[in-house]
Design a protein around this ligand. Structure first.
Ligand code: SF4
Ligand code: SF4
Length: 57
């Protein structure tokens, strides 16, 4: 799963497009991550402001 730093996130939606399994969604409350996430880190590496990190649970 992905954790979003909502103070950093610009809500640009870019990470939504790079996720290979469409696990991210841009909602009115910001980026949401679904259970489909495989922790591939593509979105973490893409985010221009470093707002995303892997959450282990
Ligand atoms: S790429 Fe980064 S700044 Fe853009 S919506 Fe995703 S988490 Fe937010
Ligand atoms: S870590 Fe990979 S699978 Fe998970 S939300 Fe980011 S791009 Fe998608």
């Amino acid at each position: 799963m992905i954790k979003v730093d909502t103070d950093k996130c610009l809500r640009c939606g870019g990470c939504v497009g790079v996720c290979p399994v469409s696990a991210l969604e841009l909602t009115e409350h910001g980026i949401k991550c679904s259970g489909r996430c495989t922790s591939c880190k593509s979105c973490v590496n893409f985010c221009p402001v470093g707002a995303l990190s892997i959450k282990d649970d």
